[in-house]
Design a protein. Structure first.
Length: 284
């Protein structure tokens, strides 16, 4: 595989917590979301299961489940944009009723990196649909790669029934999805210093997925102290340093645990070290 180009820039002062904001609490935010859904689908039946979780039954009895953790984290990072954010999330969940019945192509299959807890949550929701569980592979004891259809409106995770419908072998998915991702984002950017502390930049959605590309994670690309270590607290944030770089590891720890940071689309707070072309849980 041809090496993916990386552009080296310098920046790492990009997280600045906000302490003075007054936020809606989880219950208030959930109620605002219910109002946003009712505006778009006035005939829908909406039930608040608990804070940040809503069940929606549409006119055709199609049942949807909205988990609002990511929406709430996005809101807290930019509270002034709440109306647009709620409208976007409401429209996104309502589009899923269309995505289920649309026939997708192989070129739309993309890899999505998540943690074990996320796998369990999504699998439980999909099992109720009768479509079978989601399609995924284990990376290590924390990380998994799921496969999703990427459409202009939303992502829909693949289920076992999709494999037969589009005539794809499960063993093909990793390379097929990586090829689609690389074609979609041919050039990555690297901000910071690849020999000490850097951040991978793609498109704001698939940064974490690039840990699947073996040709990126070499000491030629990242001449760090010790083995290559990555932290991926969220899907759009990949921090890179060395296993023996105590100063940079401390900086990453401060970034991840900084008071006031609101992570959406979370993945993991632990790091992962590159050993023998695979990712292992990093224990500093």
């Amino acid at each position: 595989m041809k090496k993916i180009a990386m552009i080296s820039l310098f920046i790492l002062g990009w997280i600045s917590p906000t302490f003075a904001e007054t936020f809606l609490d989880r219950k208030e935010f959930t109620n605002r979301y219910v109002a946003a859904v009712a505006k778009i689908a006035p005939n829908a039946k909406i039930e608040v299961v608990k804070e940040l979780e809503v069940n929606i039954t549409l006119e055709n009895d199609n049942k949807l489940n909205a988990i609002l953790d990511n929406a709430y984290a996005d809101y807290k990072s930019n509270p002034g944009n709440i109306d647009n954010l709620l409208a976007t999330y409401a429209e996104s969940i309502l589009h899923t009723k269309d995505l289920v019945n649309v026939r997708h192509g192989k070129e739309q299959i993309f890899p999505v990196v998540k943690d074990k807890q996320y796998i369990q949550q999504v699998d439980e929701m999909l099992e109720k649909s009768g479509k079978g569980g989601i399609v995924y592979e284990k990376i290590n004891d924390v990380l998994y790669v799921l496969y999703a259809f990427d459409t202009p409106k939303a992502l829909r995770f693949m289920t076992e029934s999709d494999l037969s419908e589009i005539n794809v072998n499960k063993n093909e998915l990793r390379e097929l999805s990586k090829t689609n991702l690389k074609n979609s984002i041919p050039n990555l950017k690297l901000e910071g210093d690849p020999s000490s502390l850097a951040m991978l930049i793609a498109d704001g959605t698939y940064e974490a997925s690039f840990i699947l590309f073996d040709d990126i994670w070499t000491k030629e690309q990242f001449p760090v102290k010790g083995d290559i270590v990555v932290y991926i607290p969220t899907r759009d944030l990949v921090l890179i340093t060395g296993s023996e770089d105590e100063v940079s590891l401390a900086k990453i720890h401060n970034i991840i645990y900084a008071q006031g940071n609101q992570w959406s689309h979370t993945i993991s707070e632990v790091g992962f070290v590159r050993v023998n072309n695979s990712w292992h849980i990093f224990q500093p």
